[in-house]
Design a protein around this ligand. Structure first.
Ligand SMILES: NC(=O)c1ccc[n+]([C@@H]2O[C@H](COP(=O)([O-])OP(=O)(O)OC[C@H]3O[C@@H](n4cnc5c(N)ncnc54)[C@H](O)[C@@H]3O)[C@@H](O)[C@H]2O)c1
Length: 326
């Protein structure tokens, strides 16, 4: 299969591109590295991904450049975008609109314009639900986006739904708090591990009671590859999340247990729009994709910590200090 993976210099996209290549597919990896909020990490990741046999790299801005080459594929996995609730407030709103909504609209249009139209798998987010109540969120629950980022993902979903109505096969994967090697520097576990390894207090937004369906990137990759091979109703949304919601403070307990440290916690003001709880009902993914998350949190955190240690071993000290200042 010819597979295009956008956002391939990013956290999730890099793993997805590598997994498709390892499974024998021809991969066109696409990214506008300058649009990444962590350009140093993106550049290093890009070099690794594009060195992989079976992967060709293309630096392109989906919000500005011609996209014909991207649409000439059997499957387009669209993971490029501007993630993150916190960074989407204020000046970040424009970036979320540009790199999520505008870029997705342009990509969908380019794919719809072809005679042989690809399947388009689009990354959405648990944030479209707002906060989960007393049960896990199912895909047909009402959407309550509570931040510019979440609103942009609802817009992305609408665009994919419209394209599906016009005959393009689209699938929306609602990812839940992904973690593991190459996790973005603005994400909680990345900040916690770097702080703990530096001997600094762990910066925690709010009181640590917020809970998440933390989902390891290897499981996210497996669900994404399964979606590429499944015959799904066009425009369908599928939760890609671990069925258990774990409180941030419990996750910190596991993380520091693996690291063998007892760091101080520095509480910071809660972030507006950050859900009190995300909680995935993975029933549809199990039925339609034959997928369930398999990685337990302690095991997955150990994997992420090993990546941080390996990264530090490769870098001179001053560079490291700059990278953790997020
Ligand atoms: N990581 C998570 O926990 C999570 C959860 C839910 C949804 N998602 C979604 O999954 C996708 C991937 O997230 P991630 O954590 O890997 O993010 P990431 O920032 O690591 O990767 C996104 C990549 O997209 C690229 N990009 C941004 N704008 C672009 C543009 N206009 N043209 C081309 N490339 C562009 C960036 O350079 C970056 O490398 C995003 O759509 C995100 O919203 C992620």
């Amino acid at each position: 299969m010819r597979v295009v993976v956008t956002g391939a210099a990013g956290f999730v996209g890099s793993h997805v591109a590598e997994a498709f290549a390892d499974a024998g597919h021809e991969v066109l990896a696409v990214d506008a590295l300058v649009r990444s909020p962590a350009p140093d990490l993106a550049r290093r990741t890009w070099e690794q991904v594009t060195a992989r046999p079976g992967v060709t790299g293309l630096e392109a801005d989906l919000a500005a450049d011609g996209l014909e080459r991207l649409a000439a594929a059997d499957v387009v996995v669209h993971l490029a975008g501007r993630p993150g609730v916190r960074s989407s407030w204020g000046a970040g709103r424009a970036a979320a609109e540009r790199d999520n909504v505008l870029a997705t609209g342009r990509l969908l249009a380019a794919c719809a314009n072809r005679r042989a139209r690809p399947l388009v798998i689009v990354a959405s987010s648990s944030s479209v639900y707002g906060s989960a109540g007393h049960r896990p969120n199912r895909e047909d629950d009402p959407l309550h986006p509570a931040s510019p980022y979440a609103v942009s993902k609802v817009e992305v979903e609408r665009l994919a739904g419209l394209a599906a109505r016009d005959g393009l096969r689209t699938v929306l994967l609602r990812y839940f708090s992904v973690y593991g090697p190459r996790q973005r520097p603005d994400m909680a576990f990345h900040r916690f591990v770097e702080a703990a390894l530096d001997g600094r207090p762990l910066p925690v937004f709010g009181d640590g009671r917020r809970s998440r369906s933390f989902t390891h990137v290897a499981d996210v990759v497996a669900a994404t590859l399964a979606a590429a091979g499944a015959d799904l109703p066009p425009g369908i949304a599928v939760n890609v999340g671990h069925p258990e919601a774990v409180a941030v403070r419990s996750a910190i307990g596991m993380l520091t247990g693996v690291l063998g440290v007892r760091p101080e916690i520095r509480r910071k003001a809660p972030v507006a729009g950050d859900a009190a709880r995300t909680w995935a009902d993975p029933g549809r993914a199990a039925r339609l994709l034959g997928w369930t998350a398999r990685t337990g949190l302690a095991e997955g955190l150990a994997d992420q910590i090993a990546w941080h240690r390996a990264l530090r071993a490769q870098q001179p000290q001053p560079k490291r200090a700059q990278e953790v200042r997020v």
